[in-house]
Design a binder for this molecule. Structure first.
Ligand code: PGA
Length: 231
């Protein structure tokens, strides 16, 4: 079981307070993904820390980007790639996402690669096609890598308070795993009150939590739900 908190462009909780609250929770790999400026503080607090994105070059004229070797020098353990907000607002493509993931893995980082369909795609019955295109790009670049984790995040469920039903999540996760056999986290409005039923699905291997990861107590209770579902 893996629970990752994506703080997005929010300050997030105090890393030391979060680390203290999480200390007693066992059986779950907890990861925090703060904004770049908070990476070092999270590492210092003893939290497993991932960036929210990573570039495919080691260095160069890529304003606003950060490279895998730079993250490694900070003792950052990995990075998200392909979050739907990157795809939606910053024009990231399947090819670029795959390249980011591949380079990060080759450099020695862990990767959580995000996939998911929009509401329009689901309504048009295109969910499987979209997931197949996104996952195939990642699989072709990375293979079944042991530091690669996927996250299924239906775009319509992110930050909307609308969650996939446990059955919808299970169905999508099983499909994603049939394409690339790696752990799959569920993301999209995971909260303490829906975490148990989502995390109890057989192919849901953890959660990628946005809004609810900004509060120490709600994030900790999702981690506790993951620990329960594991036991
Ligand atoms: P949310 O975000 O939990 O706020 O819906 C999830 C994500 O974007 O990773």
């Amino acid at each position: 079981m893996i629970v990752a908190g994506n703080w997005k462009m929010f300050p997030g909780p105090d890393p030391a307070a979060l680390a203290a609250r999480l200390a007693g929770i066992t059986g779950v790999d907890v990861i925090v993904c703060p904004a770049y400026v908070a990476l070092a503080r999270c590492v210092e607090a003893g939290l497993t820390t991932y960036a929210q994105n990573v570039h495919w070059e080691t260095e160069g004229a890529y304003t606003g980007e950060i490279s895998a070797p730079m993250l490694l020098r900070l003792d950052v353990g990995g990075s998200l790639v392909g979050h739907s907000e990157r795809r939606q607002y910053f024009g990231e493509t399947d090819a670029g996402v795959a390249r980011r993931a591949q380079t990060a893995l080759e450099a020695g980082l862990g990767v959580i690669a995000c996939v998911g369909e929009t509401q329009e795609e689901r309504d048009a019955d295109d969910m499987e096609t979209v997931l197949r295109i996104q996952v195939d790009a990642i699989r072709d670049a990375c293979g079944v890598h042991d530091r690669l984790v996927l996250a299924y995040e239906p775009v319509w469920a992110i930050g909307t308070g609308r969650t996939a039903t446990p059955e919808m999540a299970q169905e999508a996760h099983a499909f994603v795993k049939s394409l690339l056999d790696r752990p799959v986290l569920y993301g999209g409005s995971v909260k303490p009150d829906n975490a148990d039923e989502l995390l109890s699905q057989p192919d849901v291997d953890g959660a990628l939590v946005g809004g609810a990861s900004l509060d120490v107590e709600s994030f900790a209770s999702i981690c506790e739900a993951a620990a329960r579902s594991h036991s």
